[in-house]
Design a protein around this ligand. Structure first.
Ligand code: F6R
Length: 609
């Protein structure tokens, strides 16, 4: 999510670091910093804002060392500010970190009790403290890093400097990417290829549980247990633009493929797999208040609104609280019946959508409790609501929302389980069973992503169609809406989403031999009904593209094209069924040659009415 770059060699490290950080800046980071050796000690320079601001500050700084680490932050724990920016320094140790340390509060409390003084609100700061603590106990730099990371739970890619061992960088990874760049008498470490691509094309990719020691003229990789890892560098032939997109043609495609990781990050630290318990950091509604809530309003715009429609099914099923879902642009101008016993859940990727902010103010006037589901930390919506549940999708660059959507559904599912458990409507056994399925969702999504080529072929077949109809039922009706929205916004093809049962009340008139109908066919309680809807389309010579489960044999004789997906618990099917629709829209748009990442007339964040 954030960006890391580190350098050891004979160039001016400040320039190498700033240049590397600039290459990652297009993702819209909020703060940055570097740690560079000077006069035997580590000097830190950090600031809130753009890399250009950091660069200006560095003009007046002097460093005599030739080794340093840098970081651009995209806030997850703690608002964007200079003190929350990396590197974090403590007692001779400087650390940059990407990822989420799940047990940071526990570790922080332990070290405060031991006399440690913390200066930031981040989870990352525990790493500099832990490593310094191990060094105090007499461990070498390398062993101190090893001991410290064995104490943390969560994901990390780190690069560390140590004043007692001033010639090297130590780096380590677990579930967050980290790359070594090999040069002539110089070595690099980075979270992303573009950060170091102008210096070297010889790169090594660390695996989970590996530690790398980088000196100027050598590097070595070990496992956490100290076993040496032999790995040859790879030659990277990407051009700089391709590198920014991680080798994908568009950011949208990259972000579609990032979804398994993004869902894991949104679940991380919030669930207990063995019990089905859910903990929501940032939500401090006490049991008493939760039990008084008699209605939930879910408010959002666009794709976030469709996530809200899925959330209604989840919340009503698991917590039995009635839910109304409203478009923010409608809610703000009506006189809703919300009151102090209502919970208003406002969903927004950006947290800056004008209509959603206005709806929040309307809700506040009514005295309702306000909870936001946001992706951008410290956005206006996140700051101004009483409670916030962050999605950890990471920066979304493609204008068409993909990973933010699946993470919003993840957050809503967690909220639904949390409400259900706290109010007693969700039995412990069901919670436990459901959680065992929830943790499999990223794997299911991965599975669908592996079928991208088949989806691309189907998209090529239909790319010249002028109109599309998308049909779904129940919890997947909003997925039909989202599939149609994705297609129209990036390919400019007219598409409509409909609850399948409504087809005969109007849209059926549109069906003829040139009308493709994308139908969502999970094996749920309305499976037979949707098969009948497919028959109705076929009887009028429509072309059916069915998204159906792997072992569904009945669909074969009914549909013209089938996209197979794994089976899942009904409440989890939206996560799986939306992926082929995102890919389908992407490939159709790509065949048509549109500007996929920046479709005409659209803005990533709609900050005006
Ligand atoms: C569609 C899309 C938009 C946004 C909508 C709300 O792909 O991205 O429909 O979902 O503009 O934006 P946020 O979630 O930032 O409030």
């Amino acid at each position: 999510m954030c960006g890391i770059v580190g350098y050891v060699g004979s160039k001016v490290p400040g320039s190498v670091l700033v240049e590397g950080l600039k290459r990652l800046e297009y993702r819209g980071y909020d703060s940055a910093g570097v740690a560079i050796f000077d006069n035997g000690g580590i000097k830190i320079c950090r600031c809130e804002g753009k890399i250009a601001d950091l660069e200006k500050r560095l003009v007046d700084e002097h460093f005599d060392g030739s080794i340093g680490i840098g970081h651009t932050r995209w806030a997850t724990h703690g608002r964007p500010s200079e003190t929350n920016a990396h590197p974090h320094y403590y007692e001779g140790i400087a650390v940059v970190h990407n990822g989420i340390i799940e047990n940071y509060l526990e570790l922080k409390t332990m070290m405060i009790e031991e006399g440690g003084v913390f200066s930031s609100e981040t989870d990352s700061e525990v790493l500099s403290h832990l490593i310094a603590r191990s060094i105090r106990k007499g461990l070498s730099f390398e062993d101190a890093v090893r001991e410290s990371i064995s104490m943390v739970r969560g994901s990390y890619a780190i690069a560390v400097l140590c004043e007692k061992d001033p010639t090297r960088i130590i780096a380590a990874r677990n579930e967050s990417p980290l790359i070594l760049g090999v040069g002539e008498n110089e070595n690099y470490v980075a979270s992303d290829i573009p950060a170091i691509l102008s210096h070297t094309r010889k790169m090594l990719f660390l695996d989970d549980g590996e530690i790398a020691v980088l000196d100027r003229d050598a590097y070595r990789i070990q496992t956490l247990d100290g076993e040496a890892v032999e790995r040859e560098p790879k030659h990277i032939s990407w051009d700089p633009i391709m590198a920014e997109k991680g080798g994908y043609k568009h950011f949208m495609l990259k972000e579609i493929f990032e979804q398994p990781r993004a869902i894991i990050d949104t679940l991380r630290g919030r669930i207990v797999e063995d019990t089905g318990d859910v903990f929501l950091d940032g939500v401090t509604l006490d049991e008493e208040t939760l039990k008084r809530i008699n209605r939930i309003y879910v408010i959002a715009c666009g794709t976030s609104y469709y996530a809200g429609l899925v959330g209604k099914f989840m919340i009503e099923e698991l917590s039995h609280i009635p839910v109304e879902v409203d478009l923010a642009s409608e809610f703000r101008y009506r006189d809703p019946l919300a009151d102090e016993n209502s919970l208003i859940v406002l969903i927004s990727q950006s947290g800056e959508t004008a209509d959603t902010l206005a709806a929040m103010r309307q809700g506040r006037e009514k005295g309702a409790k306000l909870l936001s589901i946001c992706n951008v930390v410290e956005s206006t919506l996140a700051r101004d609501c009483d409670h916030v549940l962050y999605t950890h999708a990471g920066p979304e660059i493609g204008v068409a929302s993909t990973k933010a959507f699946t993470c919003q559904m993840t957050a809503l599912l967690l909220l639904a389980m949390y409400l259900g458990r706290t109010r007693g409507d969700l039995e412990a056994d069901r919670a436990k069973e459901l959680m065992q399925h929830v943790v499999q969702v990223p794997g299911y999504v991965e599975d669908v992503l592996e079928r991208a080529e088949e989806i691309r072929e189907i998209a090529e077949f239909y790319a010249d169609a002028a109109d599309f109809l998308y049909l779904g039922r129940g919890i997947n009706y909003p997925i039909a809406l989202e599939g149609a929205l994705k297609l129209k916004e990036i390919s400019y093809i007219h598409a409509e989403g409909y609850p399948a049962g409504e087809m005969k009340h109007g849209p059926i008139a549109l069906i003829d031999e040139v009308m493709p109908v994308v139908t969502l066919v999970p094996r749920d309680s309305v499976y037979e009904k949707i098969l009948s809807n497919i028959e109705e389309v076929k009887a009028r010579k429509g072309q059916v593209i069915a998204v159906a489960e792997d072992d569904d044999r009945e669909i074969a004789e009914r549909a013209d094209h089938i996209i197979k997906v794994p089976h899942a618990d009904t409440i989890l099917t939206p996560f799986i069924l939306v992926i082929p629709l995102q890919l389908f829209a992407y490939y159709v748009a790509d065949f048509k040659g549109t500007d996929v990442d920046q479709p005409r007339n659209l803005a990533k964040s709609v900050t005006v009415e």
